[in-house]
Write a protein that binds this ligand. Structure first.
Ligand SMILES: CC(C)(COP(=O)(O)OP(=O)(O)OC[C@H]1O[C@@H](n2cnc3c(N)ncnc32)[C@H](O)[C@@H]1OP(=O)(O)O)[C@@H](O)C(=O)NCCC(=O)NCCS
Length: 247
């Protein structure tokens, strides 16, 4: 089912192409997996993007979440996946990182994965897909209150659209065994606010300084690029939220 349409610029030939955003189904599974592997090859490794297991993608396509895809001439060029966290062990895992989420809460969602074909980046297509996926999730009856996700602290494009979605970074954790990720969160019922006083700008590669900022009660709320490097903006959280720096 098509839910939005527009035009996207191909960075390779400079031309604009019409796209449609569809709700994806099981039939799109292989195309999603192929696009993930193409992105990993293009990234030269797993530092910022780790492909999802096929069974997890299938589960989200079949109702554990919502997956939208961006198609150009029928070919998948992007996808965005939200996962409904229904199982209490998953809630507890995120709840350990973000204890303002109650363990029995039934309305926790996760921005799970997003990928855009390298030829079509830089046109805010991920932001457009996140708007569409949030709309569908909001209308699903699941009743989203908490949204969480994890993002590499140096992944500028990904942090960019998460901050646009009003997410804030609340801790730094080791995920997938060796990769550090910012745990990001928002409570849509009582949004976390950030003080404009005493804000700081920390390079995403400076994990020690990021840990120290969290310890001092700051949260990440924005970013800028300085000399090609991703810098995260930190400010003091106005609401009480938990922060823990265990790896
Ligand atoms: C993260 C991702 C989905 C963002 O998609 P996108 O639609 O291109 O994002 P946007 O167009 O909104 O761009 C976001 C920012 O990144 C910048 N950007 C995007 N692609 C870029 C590129 N190839 N080179 C340099 N900057 C780029 C944009 O200029 C924009 O910054 P600005 O607002 O300061 O100008 C895409 O970069 C991607 O697929 N990356 C690989 C997979 C990944 O890392 N996924 C996230 C983890 S699951």
């Amino acid at each position: 089912m098509t839910i939005a349409m527009g035009r996207a610029k191909n960075l390779r030939d400079g031309q604009e192409y019409p796209y449609e955003i569809d709700i994806l189904k099981t039939v799109d599974l292989d195309a999603i997996m192929a696009l993930q592997y193409l992105i990993v090859r293009n990234n030269n490794g797993l530092e910022t993007f780790i492909p999802m297991e096929k069974d997890d993608v299938r589960a989200d396509l079949e109702g554990d979440g919502v997956v939208v895809g961006l198609k150009i001439a029928g070919e998948l060029k992007g996808y965005f996946m939200i996962h409904y966290i229904r199982q209490s062990d998953e809630v507890i895992r995120f709840g350990k990182d973000i204890p303002s989420i109650e363990p029995n809460s039934g309305n926790v969602c996760r921005f799970r994965h997003v990928g855009i074909h390298p030829d079509f980046r830089g046109s805010s297509l991920a932001k457009e897909m996140s708007r569409q996926v949030m709309k569908i999730a909001g209308e699903s009856g699941f009743g989203i209150r908490y949204m969480c996700t994890v993002v590499a602290p140096t992944n500028y494009p990904s942090l960019n659209h998460q901050f646009t979605n009003r997410m804030v970074a609340v801790s730094l954790k080791k995920y997938h065994e060796e990769y550090f990720r910012l745990v990001m969160f928002q409570d849509f019922t009582s949004p976390i606010g950030v003080s404009e006083q005493g804000t700081m700008d920390i390079p995403g590669s400076n994990l020690e300084a990021i840990r120290a900022a969290f310890r001092e009660g700051h949260v990440g709320y924005g970013l800028r690029r300085t000399d090609g490097e991703t810098h995260i903006l930190f400010g003091r959280a106005l609401n009480r939220i938990f922060m823990d720096q265990g790896a």
